[in-house]
Design a binder for this molecule. Sequence first.
Ligand SMILES: Nc1ncnc2c1ncn2[C@@H]1O[C@H](COP(=O)(O)OP(=O)(O)O)[C@@H](O)[C@H]1O
Ligand SMILES: [Mg+2]
Length: 280
Amino acid sequence: MDKQKKIENEESVEPEVQEEKKIKLSIRNLKKYFKESGQLAVDNVSFDVYDGEFLSILGHSGCGKTTILRMIVGLLDVSEGTILKDGKDITFEKVSKRKMGMVFQNYALFENMTVIENVEYALKIHKETREKARDVATQLLSKMHLTKFANKKPVDLSGGQQQRVAIARTLALKPDVILFDEPMSALDVSTRHELCEEIKRIQKVFKTTMIYITHDQEEAFLLSDRIMVMDTAKISQIGTPEEIMKNPANKFVKEFVCDNLKSKIKNLEKIVEMTNDEKD
Ligand SMILES: Nc1ncnc2c1ncn2[C@@H]1O[C@H](COP(=O)(O)OP(=O)(O)O)[C@@H](O)[C@H]1O
Ligand SMILES: [Mg+2]
């Protein structure tokens, strides 16, 4: 075979070049030991979060989810380990320098301020002019379909609407990463479904990297690019919803995630059957 032919042949069997995903956050050997309770709440946890990814952390109550989130955002000192953001070590960086936003279960809105004032507030603190802050807040409320609530007080809004304002307020500072700590726990089921759709839409529009804590399998599966399943203080598996469903890494993941979801589906099927029977 002449040389040119050989090169062409070699090129034709080259695997397709896969687009490399950029790593936004890299968590390495993270540990949290609470001296007061003598508890190892997070035990040597390592994982990456890709740029623009929606990663859920799914686990039962008390498994260490909030502790991981608080260390990433800088609200809690790490006992051991490293947190890298865009390749830079931010383990000991101040909260205000990390460019991350958090959304909590209880919305934490300022009750005495209107919706738009809530969204502007952080911008003013960060020394934006009054006009610029109003401009940014107005645009955000429009993107979040909240314009009609701009001059209402939080008390006049439903729980789901308040949570959307809290998300808008977080987005106002253009964080690189948004961390959600069980933001739907206080909401009723139908509002949860709506807010799930809304959060998915927001992520498509803003393309922000998001880490979302939940104990609800369905929520994690509806929202996530990948899910990190936690057992007590440790990671059990990280994968796409499909990977986890098809290949649960161990008995815990199989029971806590796969069997739970399947039994929910079975229950729903029973309800559908019942309603079909009624029609007959
Ligand atoms: N400030 C604290 N002091 C002592 N123990 C704590 C503290 N915060 C959390 N813990 C313990 O660490 C474990 C993990 O808690 P947490 O991260 O809040 O769990 P999750 O968010 O998954 O429900 C729990 O057993 C909890 O009791
Ligand atoms: Mg928690």
